[in-house]
Design a protein around this ligand. Sequence first.
Ligand code: ZN
Length: 259
Amino acid sequence: MLAVSPIPAFDDNYIWLLRDPGSTQVTVGDPGDEWPVLTNLEAQGRELSAVLVTHHHYDHIGGVEALRAAFPKVRVLGPKDRRIRALTHVVREGDTVEIPGLSERFQVLEIPGHTSTHIAYLGAGALFCGDTLFAAGCGRVFDGTFDQLAASLERIAALPGETRCYCAHEYTLANLGFAGWVEPESTAIAQRKQTASNLRALGRPTVPSRLSEELATNPFLRTGVPTVRSAAEAASGKSLTTDAEVFTALRRWKDERYD
Ligand SMILES: [Zn+2]
């Protein structure tokens, strides 16, 4: 059994806290800030045994060095990237990692595109996907490429539909706005907007989401759907043949004209 809960950070980040029920040892994912983590651990009387890093952006690693100073034995796992200095263990595609205090093992997936070295952790039916897949959206392309991000999302799309996707930001409502531009007739998107609005009105997270829900409403996982392709063609003003071309047109459309 794996218990996962969010620690909100900054304006819209989630630092995911993982633990076995009953255990006082915890793991956190992408701690951009140490304070909310330290406050949580102290309040609950828990100790940090590991940190999972998905990519080098500061709002994901900013708290790592201070957490290492506070817990000298902590393991810090992440991708090989000289921009991430505080790692104790480099992990790569195909690795299965054991984490102290957690009974589940995690598989490492290399999913570049948002950045060139972005990875995800998959275990217990949960995917910690950083800024690659968002609820109803996906990350921007920084130092990766559009083709890489398209291929990484295609890989995620092939996981079991019941996979719970733990992304690192609360962007769902804004993303659903764009999804509604792409597929204005979609009742699945309209229903998801309503559910997400209700959760946010109560101050509750809309994350994690089920992969099956993403496949039904997230335009970036729906590049093979004819209506999505037509919308991307209309927005880009050219005819598109491959799913990767549709993906690139959608991502540029959102970058340039939505937010
Ligand atoms: Zn990022």
